[in-house]
Design a protein around this ligand. Structure first.
Ligand SMILES: [Zn+2]
Length: 219
């Protein structure tokens, strides 16, 4: 995997430019209201591209990055999914940082949540390149207000989706909340309208924050 390490210089994102995965106000929702079927939710005029390879229905938005105003703290479904699958930096869309210990991630510090935390941690936040770490921890609505840790995950894996879960109650389809649903969680998977991909982080190494600010480090 080290052969894939990108050393060519790439432009820094403009100061203050919204992260690549953030949604813009002109990126309207393109998908219709979902309907209930015996096999879960569906779109009235569905096409195969509306579902991923696990058969999960996805919300779709217009791709008009930079148009209107940034809606900070909200991820654009297609961009978030693409960045997560390709392990790109979610701030600049450059290659996420990778070394022998794995891909660079910054997550909320929940040490103590379980014994070998963060092993197996599920997250909707894609990885980062080292140059975007300061922006991610300073401007991310989530991380700016909470202690965080940097880690490397050697075996990140997409394990499910985050989205709106629907329930059929007395013939009426009702959205009951935003939840993470794993790909092995049937039948729940059939009742979620996905808006973000969820990765589980495996083979993790916690990093000393100084590693991220060492100017001698390549990046
Ligand atoms: Zn970056």
């Amino acid at each position: 995997m080290s052969a894939g390490y990108q050393t060519a210089p790439r432009p820094l994102p403009k100061p203050g430019a919204p992260p690549y995965t953030d949604r813009w106000s002109q990126e309207a929702l393109l998908t219709p209201e979902v309907i209930a079927t015996p096999r879960g939710i569906a779109f009235p005029d569905e096409v195969p591209l509306d579902r991923d390879r696990w058969g999960v229905l996805w919300a779709g938005r217009a791709l008009k990055r930079g148009q209107g105003k940034p809606v900070y703290g909200t991820a654009h479904p297609q961009r978030q999914r693409s960045v997560m699958r390709r392990l790109r930096c979610h701030v600049c869309n450059g290659s996420a940082d990778r070394d022998g210990r794995g891909v660079l991630w910054v997550v909320e510090d929940r040490r103590g949540d379980w014994e070998d935390w963060p092993e197996g941690l599920a997250t909707v936040h894609p990885p980062l390149c080292p140059r975007c770490v300061p922006r991610a921890v300073g401007e991310c609505h989530h991380l700016a207000r909470t202690p965080w840790v940097a880690l490397r995950a050697r075996s990140p894996q997409i394990v499910g989706v985050h989205g709106t879960v629907y329930r059929l109650t007395r013939g009426e389809l009702i959205p009951v909340g935003e939840e993470t649903v794993r790909y092995d969680d049937l039948p729940a998977l059939r009742w979620v309208l996905a808006s973000q991909a969820v990765a589980a982080l495996h083979d993790c190494t916690l990093l000393d924050p100084a590693e991220l600010t060492d100017p001698t480090r390549k990046g």
